[in-house]
Design a protein around this ligand. Structure first.
Ligand code: PEP
Length: 256
């Protein structure tokens, strides 16, 4: 398949693994990765493992990211991390607005624009996660929810910055459930996102921005998902925790 944008395969380790398993996994991935010219691969690790994981990844094209950040640089924000802190321990990117942050920890939409802005200002590559719940989909509110999340998440982004920004479409009902969105649902959501970016930030931004799909991606379904129009990569949770499942996703073209 001739792709306009470089495929981006990302693993979200969430609050999983321990230090030794995290280091084993990153060493295995690094060992299998080529020069990084044909795809971008990254892992979003628990913050306490960032320094060690990024030390292993150093010198390779592997990206290493945090799973959240606060928009302030310092202050009385117990339990939070600033962009500068993430950079200091070797992160080069960060997840923003993952559905678990939005729904389990009640992070509101209007935080996301500030977080994206801060990430860009700190020289971190943000991956803004958006997606509808099952209830929202069943009430035909998917388009409205995605536009609302785009509006707030991209509120402070310039058109020229879309090369450094990635959007992950992750239907909440598909995350960790084994239920994957259909090719039609994925194609429709990704087309809506790209069109929205084009309308707000211009045609060049729409062509350059990468849009990932996330939600129960496995070695068996990755090739079909990657063939879907407007899909530039995948954000993988459960299947990113083991080489047996993550490596075949990274090498998705070779799947039968
Ligand atoms: C995720 O957490 O972003 C995710 C997509 O998880 P899973 O692949 O386990 O559904």
């Amino acid at each position: 398949m001739n792709r306009v944008r470089k495929p981006y395969i990302a693993g979200n380790w969430k609050m999983n693994l321990d230090r030794s398993r995290a280091l084993d996994l990153i060493k295995t991935i690094k060992g299998r990765l080529g020069d990084g010219n044909d795809r971008e691969v990254a892992v979003f690790t628990p913050a306490v493992y960032l320094a060690d994981v990024s030390a292993v990844a150093q010198g390779s094209p592997l990206g290493v990211g945090g799973q959240n950040l606060h928009w302030e640089q310092q202050g009385a924000f117990t339990g939070e991390l600033s962009g500068k802190m993430l950079r200091e321990v070797g992160a080069d990117r960060v997840l923003i607005g993952h559905s678990e942050r939005r729904h389990l920890f009640h992070e509101p939409d209007d935080w996301m624009g500030r977080k994206v802005r801060t990430a860009l200002d700190c020289d971190l590559l943000p991956v803004l996660c958006i997606g509808e719940t099952l209830d929202e989909r069943s009430h035909n509110r998917t388009d409205r929810i995605l536009k609302k999340q785009l509006e707030s998440g991209l509120s402070a982004v310039q058109a020229t910055e879309t090369r450094r920004l990635t959007i992950a479409y992750e239907p909440v009902w598909a995350i960790g459930t084994g239920e994957v969105a259909t090719p039609e649902q994925i194609a429709a959501a990704h087309a809506l996102i790209r069109k929205w970016v084009g309308t707000k930030l211009g045609g060049d931004a729409a062509v350059t921005i990468r849009i990932l799909y996330g939600g129960s991606v496995t070695p068996d379904n990755v090739k079909g998902i990657m063939a879907s129009p407007d899909v530039d990569g995948v954000l993988v949770g459960g299947a990113s925790l083991k080489p047996d499942t993550f490596l075949p996703i990274i090498e998705f073209e070779t799947r039968a």
